[in-house]
Design a protein around this ligand. Structure first.
Ligand code: COI
Length: 361
């Protein structure tokens, strides 16, 4: 694998400081983008080449671009945080780089070297560092690396050209209510991913597959949909774009990776953070019936969703076809909030980084 250098071609007219500060005061999620982006090309026979940092802007795409037709696309999500001394750090970028390689293999795309993935992110964050929100709040700079096929043609095959990009977006809370509990619709008929499919790859197709059930969840008054396995339609898998944790007193359990669940970086980090705090943290199988039963008999004390965008978000109301119940009386649970603070303290640089997760720029 070749590792291209990234040529800097900065914008001649970035947003003014005042315009940027107005956005940072209330960024929302995924609505505003920084001044630059990184692009790197891949061509069969040549490998990775033409790395550039350029002004953020539209791409010119041929209508017969293969990605538009056959969805050969993968992406990642990670965040950069402002530290107390004003420096900036990203959280576990090599973990995202490795998952990006895993997704690339599944979609028959070229693998980007880990060091190039990290260098591309570092280059963009260094250039647009003024876009990293102030230390201490909920805000951070969300980074979105992604890769698309760029070959033109309608034959179904792996493309012979690709474009890797990184864009950045200042981000506040993913859910409008912040840390308020979200409601979940249990989708027991529609599934997100199947065994042998691409559920463990981070590709746009999985998110497209989740949208109809997500719309149905909204129709039931819920913020998120929870998927079950595609074979027995009974084992909890994940939400449309987040993993789940179940709290049984001082034991936390997340669904085991089955091949159709995305291996979340936050999910993985929490197994470690929870053990550091003295909890028992496990992977296991939880059925929909068990969820309902354990919630009703009170042994299941809390449930929360986790992901880069969502951080840790408590689950409140849970609905299935003919019944609904409340987790933690509809309030954020104590364990959920403790884990959330512990993880955010590491990410913001106010707690010891004993697992060397922070990549300081
Ligand atoms: C993330 O948490 O980074 C995700 O990719 C979830 C979603 C925003 C698509």
């Amino acid at each position: 694998m070749t590792t291209p250098t990234i040529e800097l071609k900065p914008s001649a007219s970035p947003l003014s400081g005042a315009e940027r500060e107005a956005i940072l005061a209330s960024p929302g999620f995924g609505r505003h983008f920084t001044d630059h982006m990184v692009t790197i090309k891949w061509t069969e026979g040549r490998g990775w080449h033409d790395g550039q940092l350029v002004p953020y802007g539209p791409l010119s795409i041929d209508p017969a671009n293969m990605t538009l037709h056959y969805a050969q696309e993968i992406f990642e999500g990670l965040k950069a945080y402002r530290r107390p001394d004003g420096s900036v750090a990203t959280f576990r970028p090599e973990k995202n780089a490795l998952r990006f390689q895993h997704s690339a293999r599944r979609l028959a795309m070229p693998e980007l070297p880990v060091e190039t993935f990290i260098e591309a992110i570092d280059t963009l964050v260094r250039q647009d560092r003024d876009w990293v929100p102030a230390h201490g709040g909920e805000e951070s700079l969300y980074l979105r690396p992604f890769m698309i096929a760029t070959e033109i043609g309608l034959g179904v095959k792996p493309a012979n050209e690709y474009l890797f990009l990184v864009i950045a977006s200042p981000a506040g809370a993913y859910f409008p209510g912040g840390v308020q509990p979200v409601s979940i619709w249990l989708s027991e008929d529609r599934v997100r991913a199947v065994p042998g499919g691409m559920g463990d790859a981070k590709t746009g197709g999985n998110y497209a597959a989740s949208l109809l059930a997500q719309a149905e969840a909204a129709g039931h008054g819920c913020a998120q949909v929870c998927y079950v396995d595609a074979v027995e339609h009974k084992w909890i898998e994940e939400l449309g774009g987040m993993n789940l944790y179940f709290v049984y007193g001082d034991r936390i359990v997340t669904p085991s990776l089955t091949g159709s669940i995305l291996e979340g970086v936050t999910r993985d980090s929490l197994l470690t953070v929870a053990r550091d705090l003295g909890y028992t943290a496990e992977e296991g199988r939880i059925s929909v019936d068990q969820w309902q039963r354990d919630a009703e008999n009170g042994t299941l004390t809390e449930v929360f969703a986790c992901g880069t965008a969502a951080v840790i978000t408590p689950v409140g109301t849970v609905k299935r076809a003919d019944v609904e119940w409340q987790q933690s009386g509809g309030e954020p649970g104590e364990v959920t909030l403790r884990l959330r603070e512990a993880l955010l303290d590491i990410q913001r640089g106010t707690a010891e980084d004993k697992h060397a997760w922070m990549h300081v720029l």
